[in-house]
Design a protein around this ligand. Structure first.
Ligand code: AKG
Length: 249
């Protein structure tokens, strides 16, 4: 078996629960170089942010003022993120989960600053992406800080979902598509704490959320979204720029 392959037990776990945690995939040096670049990029981005875009990118939780909550397409814009998304320790695992011929079509850095980082409500990524094959997408969520139940780690519903549930978005937050309350109440959610450098893989149908960060520590993570080359995004909840795709194989 390839050194960076998932074993049978891990593959079974992913198929049964819709997600899988792999601890310590990236070393501290790799994560530090990504975080250093994130600091520089965040400062540049805030400088150039128009008022219109603030609604999408700036934290609106509690007392937060002018705090960046996310950045889009990190691997397209920044070399250290591109290296992470195409890393030889990671790519063979993605191929085992969705297939050999794949590309990266989108990515997001999610930041939850200490004490003000807001929640990401429960959703299925495939509602956002709308692929013609629900098994052709994969989200790879990499912890840049330790993510705990205090600072907003991911929580997953462990029952495999073979369909997409209805989602709604608050009028002033079109980017916050979420499963409506009465339906999501039926999902039992399990926290997936993980240390910096660990990776959480999830199927596009797996309901998940993250809570707000009320701790004194930041919770930063990058999510890369991959698609099998023979699949298409045909019914996306938001739009994804094909010019920002990155070929993997
Ligand atoms: O990092 C977060 O808080 C949310 C991440 C998420 O929803 C995702 O990667 O699909």
């Amino acid at each position: 078996m390839c050194k960076h392959a998932l074993d049978r037990q891990q593959l079974d776990e992913f198929r049964q629960t819709g997600h899988l945690t792999v601890h310590s995939l990236f070393d501290a040096h790799t994560i530090e170089s990504v975080l250093d670049d994130l600091m520089i990029w965040s400062a540049e981005f805030m400088e150039s942010l128009t008022e219109e875009k603030q609604r999408w990118f700036v934290e609106r939780n509690g007392d937060a003022t002018n705090v960046l909550r996310k950045l889009d397409n990190p691997a397209f814009h920044r070399e250290p993120f591109a290296k992470l998304a195409t890393h030889p320790s990671l790519v063979p695992m993605i191929q085992q989960l969705i297939g050999e011929e794949i590309h990266l079509f989108f990515g997001q850095v999610f930041m939850k600053p200490p004490e003000v980082g807001g929640p990401k409500p429960i959703h299925q990524d495939n509602y956002y992406f709308g692929p013609d094959d629900l098994n052709a997408t994969l989200t790879v969520w990499i912890a840049l800080d330790d993510a705990t139940t205090s600072n907003g780690c991911l929580h997953y519903c462990n029952q495999h979902q073979d369909h997409i549930l209805p989602h709604v978005a608050p009028v002033d937050e079109p980017f916050n598509l979420q499963i409506s309350g009465d339906v999501s109440d039926a999902c039992e959610m399990h926290p997936a704490p993980i240390k910096s450098g660990g990776v959480s893989f999830h199927h596009g149908n797996t309901p998940h959320f993250s809570a707000e960060n009320r701790s004194r520590k930041p919770r930063r993570a990058v999510a890369f979204h991959y698609l099998r080359n023979d699949a298409r995004l045909v019914n996306s909840g938001l739009s994804y720029d094909p010019a920002m795709r990155i070929a993997i194989s």
